[in-house]
Design a binder for this molecule. Sequence first.
Ligand SMILES: *[C@@H]1O[C@H](CO)[C@@H](O)[C@H](O)[C@H]1NC(C)=O
Ligand SMILES: *[C@@H]1O[C@H](CO)[C@@H](O)[C@H](O)[C@H]1NC(C)=O
Ligand SMILES: *[C@@H]1O[C@H](CO)[C@@H](O)[C@H](O)[C@H]1NC(C)=O
Ligand SMILES: *[C@@H]1O[C@H](CO)[C@@H](O)[C@H](O)[C@H]1NC(C)=O
Length: 146
Amino acid sequence: MERICLILLFITERDISVYCGVQTITLKINFCPVLFSGYTDTDLALNGRHGDAHCRGFINNNTFPTVVLFSISLNTLESCGNNLVVSTAQGMNAYGNLSLVQIGNISGYIDTPDPPTIISYLPGLLYKFSCSYPLEYLVNNTQLAS
Ligand SMILES: *[C@@H]1O[C@H](CO)[C@@H](O)[C@H](O)[C@H]1NC(C)=O
Ligand SMILES: *[C@@H]1O[C@H](CO)[C@@H](O)[C@H](O)[C@H]1NC(C)=O
Ligand SMILES: *[C@@H]1O[C@H](CO)[C@@H](O)[C@H](O)[C@H]1NC(C)=O
Ligand SMILES: *[C@@H]1O[C@H](CO)[C@@H](O)[C@H](O)[C@H]1NC(C)=O
């Protein structure tokens, strides 16, 4: 792992990849920059929910580069404090016609915990993400309180 990370240190890449999927939002965070910042995979959690095991990611070292994976199911969107903002925009409706449609924008962040002591030499990490879906699609696929 250390050796893989040393090689990767010289490759600049986006540190977070966001896949807005049909059933889940998948977030992949490059593990090596996390490690080199002095953190481990278990220090990363969704929306500051560091005490909640199910809001933390899991490491996948079958991929290259190694990533910390977060999977957010659309039907449990709000369980780790993700934000949903509804807006109106021009787009395709369910019939394929261009019209005003309501868009649900899901957003959140992944960060490292606040330092346990007042003086910390570790800079905190923060990764933001967002995905937009037609609201009708989200309503059909989630148990949003309405
Ligand atoms: C990577 O995979 C190996 C073999 O499956 C495992 O032993 C190791 O703990 C994993 N590394 C991390 C950092 O999880
Ligand atoms: C969509 O557009 C078609 C062709 O312009 C029209 O016939 C149809 O009524 C439209 N449907 C809706 C729901 O607006
Ligand atoms: C969704 O919300 C995020 C966070 O507020 C924002 O950065 C992003 O631009 C929004 N996306 C759209 C398509 O409105
Ligand atoms: C949502 O569900 C309704 C009723 O089941 C269906 O008519 C509609 O096509 C669905 N819309 C989308 C975008 O899946």
